[in-house]
Ligand binder design. Structure first.
Ligand SMILES: [Zn+2]
Length: 456
């Protein structure tokens, strides 16, 4: 086997819920041939292989027929299977709790689809009816319904809980008249059958020519390797239950399988858990879905109580609310996603703003320091300017003094020249001045004498 199909993974540690506890010590035999007859397989994991011809996922081993059920002492589908194995192994509620919770959930979901294809009065056998809740629901809707189970304990529990008839399995098909059943329901059963071809062919003999099979079974979608499923935590991993789930069909392989068993007409309906299940109706005859009015009329005519239609109404309302809730949750998650992105964008913008602000502050500080430096330089230049002005002023006044001195010198020089070399005109002028000043002096003296005498 190629190494990539034997990963060194500790499933118990990584996904402990995937490993149900070991079933009771039962005899196993290799499952070395697919329902389609092929014995060519591709490896998948340690417990399963893929049929190369039809694509069905097969368990490598199956329990021996004698250990399947019929007693509660060590058989695979015994009392233990319905109690401890459900809680500890599959993390599901026990069959006792499910006897209540399934009635308002999957039983109504299944009934609605059953009514679409077959209306009461009609005879139904549910193979693997567990607590019997669906048999009771069908009876309430007017069907003549019975169940089949393997564990004597769960048969007794179903009878006591719902007052229904449950046959001991494995079903002795000779105990049911051929062509007497309108419906055989197999919910989470097909994948458990050790030889599905034998079983389904026998069931077809029990159905009327237009009878139907109602099947819910895991839907194997072979688009991922086991390793990819592990890394994606694929919900389908929970359907890998060695020795319990023996044949995991694809949509194509289940069609091929049922067609080969004489069910030429097949319709897929939405599965309740569509993420890992499929839900289908198969018949040898043409399927004729009924209108709502015909369904309600048939139920109200056949049912002993008038509770079923209002319960289906209630279920439809609850389903619509659930869908709306899921839609709102999707919108909420979308809003949260957008908000988270906006928050991240806003944080980036704020971070960028603060980074820019810091940068500007640093530049501002740098500019302030430069301004202080320039101011100091300016003060220094101003002081120097004042100093130069003062020196300039000093020089100017010195220059003035020098100019005055030069002017006086020049004047003196001229006067001296004139004194040394007087012209006749100047001599006359000077004479005139002398005479004038002499006469004036004489007059001032006379006036002074007159004034003095008067005073005496
Ligand atoms: Zn096959």
């Amino acid at each position: 086997m190629p190494a990539k199909f034997l990963p060194d993974l500790d499933l118990t540690q990584r996904m402990p819920e995937l490993n149900p506890p070991n079933p009771p010590s039962i005899d196993t035999i290799p499952l070395d041939r697919c329902w389609c007859g092929s014995d060519s397989f591709q490896p998948f994991n340690d417990d399963y292989r893929i049929c190369e011809r039809c694509g069905t996922l097969l368990c490598r081993f199956k329990p021996s027929e004698g250990d399947l059920g019929g007693s509660d002492d060590g058989d695979l589908y015994s009392k233990e299977y319905w109690l401890a194995h459900q809680t500890e192994g599959l993390h599901q509620p026990t069959v006792v709790e499910r006897a209540r919770s399934d009635l308002s959930e999957r039983c109504l979901y299944w009934l609605r689809t059953l009514l679409k294809y077959k209306q009461p009065p009609a005879r139904v056998l549910e193979i693997g009816c567990a607590h019997g809740g669906f048999v009771a629901t069908m009876k309430a809707a007017g069907f003549d319904a019975e169940g089949v189970e393997l564990s004597p304990w769960v048969i007794d529990f179903a009878k006591r809980t719902f007052d229904i008839n449950v046959l001991q399995g494995p079903l002795d098909t000779s105990s049911v008249a051929p062509g007497s059943l309108d419906v055989i329901a197999l919910f989470d059963v097909l994948e458990h059958l050790t030889d599905p071809s034998v079983a389904i062919n026998e069931y077809r003999q029990l159905l009327k020519p237009d009878g139907i099979l109602l099947i819910q079974t895991p839907c194997w979608r072979p688009n991922q390797t086991y390793e990819e499923m592990l890394s994606n935590k694929a919900p389908f991993l929970h359907q890998l239950m060695p020795l319990e789930h023996l044949f995991l069909f694809t949509e194509a392989s289940v069609v091929e399988f049922l067609t080969g068993c004489g069910f030429a007409h097949i319709a897929f309906e939405p599965a309740l858990f569509s993420i890992y299940d499929m839900f289908l109706i198969a018949s040898p005859a043409q399927l004729r879905p009924a209108e709502t009015e015909a369904i309600e009329r048939a139920v109200n005519d056949a049912a002993s109580t008038k509770l079923i239609i209002p319960m289906l109404d209630l279920y439809a309302r609850e389903e619509a609310l659930s869908k709306e809730r899921l839609m709102l949750l999707d919108q909420h998650f979308e809003t949260v996603k957008v908000m988270t992105k906006l928050e991240a964008d806003a944080k980036n913008i704020i971070d960028a703003f603060f980074a820019k602000d810091n940068e500007l502050r640093l530049k501002d500080e740098e500019l302030r320091l430069k301004e202080v430096e320039l101011q100091a330089r300016y003060e220094d230049a101003r002081a120097r300017d004042l100093q130069l002005r003062s020196k300039d002023e000093e020089l100017r006044s010195k220059q003035q003094v020098i100019s005055e001195v030069n002017r006086v010198n020049e004047e003196l020089t001229v006067n001296l020249q004139e004194a040394l070399h007087p012209t006749p005109k100047k001599v006359v002028t000077m004479g005139k001045h002398v005479i004038k000043y002499g006469i004036l002096s004489r007059l001032r003296m006379v006036r002074a004498k007159i004034s003095w005498r008067r005073h005496l």
